[in-house]
Design a protein around this ligand. Structure first.
Ligand SMILES: [Fe+2]
Ligand SMILES: [Fe+2]
Length: 500
């Protein structure tokens, strides 16, 4: 086993060096690598202005996630056209600091790791995945993906993840419209160590090439930022039935769930990860219920959050955050709570283990709650931050704000969070529409500005003790499961009627 690992590492390194020569040569041959007229190259944050990818299997839709330690590993995923491709890889190195374009063009890539390849759902393409390991946590990463025969991506950069004070970003309900492009451009102005996408990513709605368009649009952001995503109701349209959410599963790469019984969850639609002193759990909230993974997911949620609450009591982490597409509470008509049985169980789990922050989308507005529990203000509850303002559409509030609501905004926007020891400070950057109905409501031209700020402090030791409880038996947890299934299906149907 150890010998195999050594030999495969050595093989990858040798392949990487070979690829590095070619990649450096390709940059040099491109000439005029600083966006000269006619090259088509553009400068994007996180990438150097070298030649755009070309070749019979040119990599596209490059994006970064983590399935292991965010300081010493990165996972890269990308696509190539055609049902086969040459063996592909990521080539990378870690200079002490970012390089100028001229330095970058001359410097070879010292390391390489081979990727796996599999069919991308619904299109004649392949999904490539690779995890870079043994990274120096203090240095930036410079990388390309592809192959000698198929072509290489442009060069992208990833910054090291700071350990004490760091930033993450959150929004959902994105799409490929001009509004979505504005949100992507705004996101690029706020470099983050982690991007959380709260579902309804591309709005392909079963039309698979739209996923390719979306991944091309967001590549400058997603190839330079660790990005973790939750599936939304629109992801359920890719496949349907037991194949529900297949595009999400075959195009994104996330950690495996803690417990896996069904085992058909490649790409992972529910999972958890630790980022410095914050524990994140990502849930499907039943968006993909037809793939029969919801029972397994609820058991995972219970076990995972019980373990996180214990880790917080031991002083290993400061905060527990959950991200999912569906809000638990909302002021959108008929959706609060839209699925009472599932919401009752989920909120019971969230409150039992003292989740601090619930990050959601779905309703295309911004709404932040007070600390709340069961629809009422509660100092021991969680703060729900709904950022469904990614650009797919702009919605109004159907009802006047409920008592738990702390702030509302209509328009486009994204939330940034600065995490410092014992504190998370959130900021919503929003842009309002031209009017409040018809085309004017969907036209957003004004600059983004800070609209809301808030902070969450680490819980007291006494509060942490109350939440350090053992996970409950699945029989207890799932005693209303048939009703949960019934209500979740009903909620999912209503969600499509409501938002199209
Ligand atoms: Fe949506
Ligand atoms: Fe949605």
């Amino acid at each position: 086993m150890a010998d195999n690992r050594v030999s495969s590492t050595r093989r990858a390194l040798l392949q990487g060096l070979a690829g590095a020569t070619l990649a450096a040569g390709a940059t040099g041959c491109g000439g005029g690598s600083s966006g000269a007229p006619g090259t088509g190259a553009t400068t994007q944050p996180g990438s150097t202005p070298d030649a755009p990818p070309s070749g019979p299997h040119a990599p596209r839709g490059v994006h970064v996630s983590v399935v292991e330690d965010p300081h010493t590993t990165r996972t890269l995923t990308w696509f190539t056209d055609g049902l086969s491709s040459p063996p592909s890889m990521a080539i990378f190195d870690q200079p002490p600091t970012r390089l100028s374009a001229a330095e970058d063009a001359k410097r070879p890539f010292a390391r390489g790791t081979s990727s796996t390849a599999e069919r991308t759902f619904g299109v004649n393409a392949q999904t490539h995945r690779v995890t870079l390991r043994g990274l120096d946590p203090e240095r930036p990463i410079r990388y390309r993906v592809g192959s000698e025969q198929g072509g290489w991506s442009r060069t992208f950069w990833l910054d090291p993840v700071p350990r004490n004070t760091w930033r993450f970003m959150h929004f959902g309900d994105h799409g490929v419209s001009a509004r979505a492009h504005r949100v992507t451009e705004e996101a690029l102005k706020h470099p983050s160590d982690l991007l959380l996408l709260a579902g309804d990513l591309s709005y392909a709605d079963g039309n698979q090439p739209v996923w390719d368009q979306w991944f091309n649009d967001v590549e400058p952001l997603l190839a330079s930022t660790i990005t973790m995503s939750a599936p939304g109701n629109h992801e359920a349209k890719d496949g349907g039935g037991r194949e529900s959410g297949q595009a999400f599963k075959s195009r994104l790469t996330h950690p495996d769930p803690r417990l896996s019984v069904v085992g058909n969850n490649q790409g992972s639609t529910f999972y958890s990860f630790r980022f410095n002193r914050v524990h994140f759990l990502v849930s499907s909230a039943g968006a993909l219920i037809e793939d029969f993974s919801l029972a397994e997911e609820l058991v995972n949620m219970e076990v995972d959050l019980a373990s996180a609450a214990l880790a917080r009591l031991r002083g290993e982490i400061d905060f527990i955050a959950v991200m999912q597409h569906y809000p638990i509470w909302t002021d959108q008509l008929g959706r609060s709570p839209a699925n009472f049985t599932l919401v009752a169980l989920e909120e019971d789990i969230l409150l039992r283990y003292g989740v601090d922050l619930l990050l959601v989308g779905h309703d295309h507005v911004y709404q932040r709650s007070q600390k709340m529990a069961y629809g009422s203000n509660s100092p021991l509850g969680y703060v729900q931050v709904m950022v469904g303002t990614g650009g797919q559409s702009v919605r109004l509030f159907d009802e006047s704000p409920q008592r738990w609501s702390a702030f509302q905004f209509i328009g486009l926007g994204l939330a940034t969070y600065e995490v410092s020891p014992g504190r998370i400070t959130g900021t919503f950057h929003g842009a309002a529409p031209e009017g409040d109905e018809g085309d004017a409501l969907q036209t957003v031209l004004e600059p983004f500005a800070v609209r809301d700020t808030f902070s969450i402090e680490r819980r007291s030791l006494a509060a942490c003790e109350q939440c350090a409880l053992p996970p409950r038996d699945p029989d207890v947890l799932l005693r209303n499961f048939p009703l949960i299934v019934h209500h979740t299906r009903m909620r999912n149907r209503l969600a499509f009627e409501h938002c199209g």
